[in-house]
Design a protein around this ligand. Sequence first.
Ligand SMILES: [Zn+2]
Length: 618
Amino acid sequence: MFKSILSAALVISVFSACHPKQKNVEKTMHNIDHHSFAKPEEAVVKHLKLDLNVDFASKQLSGYAELSIDNLGKVNTLHLDTRDLTIDSVWLDDNMPTSFELGKPVEFLGSDLAIAIKPTTKKVRVKYSTSPDAAAVQWLSPEQTAGGKTPFLFTQSQAILARTWIPLQDSPGVRFTYSATITCPPDLMAVMSAENDTVLHADGKYNFNMPQAIPSYLMALAVGNFKFHAYDNRSGVFAEPVTLDKAANEFIDLPKMIAAAEELYGPYAWGRYDVLVLPPSFPFGGMENPRITFATPTILAGDRSLVSLIAHELAHSWSGNLVTNATWDDFWLNEGFTVYFETRIMEKLYGKDYADMLTVLSKGELENTIKELGDKNPDSHLYLNLKDRDPDDGMSDIAYEKGRFFLTTIEMAVGREKWDAFLKKYFAEHAFQSITTDVFLDYLNKELIHDDAALKSKINIDAWVFGPGLPANCPVITSKALDMAGTAAEQFKKGTPAKDLVVEGWNTHQWLYFLRQLPEKMEEKQMKDLDAAFHFTASGNAEIKCDWLLHTINSQYKEGYKALDEFLCHVGRRKFVRPLFEAMIATPEGKEMAKAIYVKARSGYHAVTMQTIDDMLK
Ligand SMILES: [Zn+2]
């Protein structure tokens, strides 16, 4: 049954006005997005036409956003989300100026832009410019890029940062199509989460079209000096020229990944699938911007060992981009499904042993997160309550990994065949919709569980979705390859010199597991022994390096401090930056070192990473 957030919210609120029953009130509450000023149940944006000029000198985007609306309630006010935007003027339909009021800024949320409209209004055009500090937009100087010669810009809109560069209804429950004209310096190229050209335009003018309806957090733009390498007629990679060969070689399995994903859960719905490799300050591993995943260069390990990240972003083309969490409280619907799907793609391409290895490593990370949160913390529920908080707070391993293990639990309870058929149908029937946790659970019961009490108790849905920590029925996965690395770590702890350990042919994941089994704090001679045998301080693999640098900090291994400083001044991926700063501030000397490094590193970080470290060093 079609049940989008908008129609559901509208129907239920009308219904509960006549029959104010508790159950309906609750249902409406679940559908409310605490993180948006928009009132899409009154008037909803259906299409966005964007025309922006990119000015690197002033670090500003300026131009207009023209929103085509459906005035469902024939209301006289349209509410949009904005944050740090300068609104110049607003026009209705055929160039009729109208009044507007920008509300008082609220932390994280920004300001409500209330625009006077008419019950007949079809189009609202907002002329505006962004702030040089717009949180979604990172302006990089030439020195901050791999090539070092031309500037670079990229946006990161998830979760609620789209409003810092476009006035719109910034809620994942609202979907719209868009077209855009971007004008940038003529030596640079622009790409968006839309249909992209793969060649440079001499006039610096790029036109984009996104014919499928997307939520605002998938609005994305990047401008820089990139070149394109095609794998086949529907996939390829964009990167700075100096990075292109390495990137093209790293992601060579991309066409196979797309085929594997389609075989699992149905046709890829978005036309092309390309990857854009960003400079190292990108705060996340990847961002699933439709048609063009934005990815960190820290996955270019040279041996294709970190490409599960691309499988993850690709999987979002179904879970997240096609079927979207209606609010950030339902974030696990995006991420839990995606981690599950990613693992299935990896299993299809590289075998069950390989996928299990990734799963065991992730489980360790999840257990650490739960330990940090404490076993009663509501933030360890899958369904979150992020009211009055930054939705970024909900972006922990819980949504990702606890979500994945919940889905694996269902798979094991019903069998893979039934589960896969269910998932395929789930994606098909909810395509281009934004749904809540309730809608998913109702669908799960209707299609798969059929009120079977024994099956219900076997899965224990409530404990997974509305309870803390990891339920007792969490699947136990093991990995022989990782057990080997665990054995070596044990031997080292018992005194076997590092050079005598059997590490022949180990992959990245085995090294990570090995490092994670070692004591948090080691003797200087142990650190030296490991470094001499395995050259961790000099490692070019960002994952291995980060784990080693944690040991470096915890063990106060001074020989590694220079590498730590360089790593943090070069890489802005929050997954690495956060734990390293956390480890440093655990001691007074470490805190001084953290502050000294941060003074140098901060300007190279995206606002998302900056916010995290600012809070930590307050
Ligand atoms: Zn994801």
